[in-house]
Design a protein around this ligand. Structure first.
Ligand SMILES: Cc1ncc(COP(=O)(O)O)c(C=O)c1O
Length: 413
């Protein structure tokens, strides 16, 4: 039998080697259970604001059901570029430096496929959004993770970045405010990182999907720093801040040669983003700011509540400066992140995501998304408290745990 046709070889090697998402089995289990409070999914609990839904219905009524330009509606690109200029401090030409994508997900895939070749490296910080290492591998390049730590507030230390780079590193991929930690970068950190990117001639991809959900002072995008606009691809979208996950609209702004290269892939693989989603995005940019601010203020109230209560329970967490996630340290329970999440789900019907989904170093953490109602959050935290107390009392009577705990302390020292 011809070996190249054997079933084992039907799937391309780089896809065969791609691990399935670390949280897939876990969410299969969540979906099979009733009455769960889920702090698991990274999705706003708010329905898309009515004004945006209404504008979408109206555009359908008017019969807007066609393809659009491959790059997306020019009117949307113009609005998006104006928004980026005002809110992020960078000016782009709507006709040549902007493309509308199917969410940030497609924008990320397009830019990675457009610029990477076998052997190129992409440096990115871990813990990170689950898609990053997978998308880098799908583009046949090598992921170069840079571990961010609790001690550094999960922010990116420019000195560590510098020492991680090699001759093959072509791209730096950033996501701040960060999924899963909520960490952010200060203006000074961005400046230092920008200087490194210029000195090492890196292309920078900045995923700013959580930018509006910044609770402290908001600094300009890294694309706005000297020497950066020409080397940065700015990815943004409507899923999180405007509660529009189902509309699947994002956009990328960057140098025209890179947008052009992204466009080549997009026109053959996707053709264009859906016109209904694009009409909705136009309305979000035109009139959505007030709703966005009120959702942000609800997230902030919940953030303050969850951080305070987790710390009181003895699951310390770095105070998230943005997004809607918190990443508590669960090591005092003696459970692995998978054990913690599975037992919490089965015993208390609360879903959180094991930290190992976001980083090889994630064993000491779980991710809790606080995009749920305040009352559900209160109940979930009561259940987490009860669970942690029970685990701790079990540990007191279990000599096995004491040994485990002692080993851990020894390692930590
Ligand atoms: C950091 C980050 N980037 C991108 C995405 C995907 O966004 P979109 O819905 O725009 O594809 C997510 C979704 O959770 C995310 O957390």
């Amino acid at each position: 039998m011809n070996d190249s046709k054997s079933p084992r070889n039907r799937v391309a090697a780089h896809i065969r080697e791609l691990p399935k998402s670390g949280i897939r089995d876990f969410f299969e289990l969540v979906m099979s259970m009733d009455d769960i409070i889920s702090l698991g999914v990274g999705e706003p609990d708010f329905v898309t604001p009515w004004g945006i839904r209404e504008a979408t219905i109206y555009s359908l009524e008017k019969g807007h059901t066609s393809y659009t330009s491959n790059l997306g509606l020019l009117s949307l690109r113009q609005q998006a570029c104006e928004y980026v200029r005002k809110d992020f401090g960078v000016s782009y030409d709507a006709e040549s430096e902007c493309i509308v994508t199917v969410g940030v997900s497609e924008g990320l895939d397009l830019i990675l496929r457009a610029i990477l070749e076998v052997g190129d490296e992409v440096v990115y910080h871990e813990p990170c959004y689950v898609s990053y290492p997978a998308c880098i591998k799908m583009a046949q390049a090598k992921p170069l993770p840079l571990v961010t730590t609790e001690e550094d507030g999960f922010s990116l230390d420019p000195a560590k970045l510098k020492s991680t780079l090699t001759d093959r590193t072509k791209v730096l991929l950033l996501n701040f405010p960060n999924n899963p930690t909520g960490a952010n970068l200060s203006r000074d950190q961005k400046k230092e990182i920008a200087e490194i990117a210029v000195a090492h001639d890196l292309i920078v991809i900045t995923d700013e999907i959580y930018a509006e959900l910044t609770y402290g002072e908001r600094s300009p995008s890294i694309a706005a720093f000297p020497g950066m606009k020409e080397r940065t691809v700015f990815l943004h979208g409507f899923s999180k801040a405007f509660a529009m996950t189902g509309f699947r609209i994002g956009y990328a702004c960057g140098p025209s040669d890179l947008i052009d290269a992204m466009m080549k892939i997009h026109q053959y693989s996707m053709l264009c983003a859906s016109i209904m989603g694009q009409e909705a995005a136009k309305e979000a940019l035109k009139n959505g700011r007030r709703d966005m601010e009120s959702m942000k203020s609800a997230y902030l109230t919940r953030r303050n509540m969850i951080v305070k209560r987790l710390n009181n329970i003895g699951l310390p967490c770095v105070n998230p400066e943005g997004a809607f996630y918190v990443y508590p340290n669960i090591s005092s329970t003696g459970l692995s992140s998978q054990e913690f999440a599975t037992r919490l789900l089965k015993e208390e019907r609360v879903a959180v995501v094991p930290g190992t989904a976001f980083s090889q170093e994630g064993e000491k953490h779980v991710r809790c998304a606080y995009a749920v109602s305040t009352s559900d959050l209160e109940t979930a935290l009561d259940r987490i408290k009860g669970f942690v107390e029970r685990v701790r009392s079990e540990n007191k009577t279990s000599p096995g745990f004491r040994k485990h705990k002692k080993d851990k302390v020894a390692i930590a020292n």
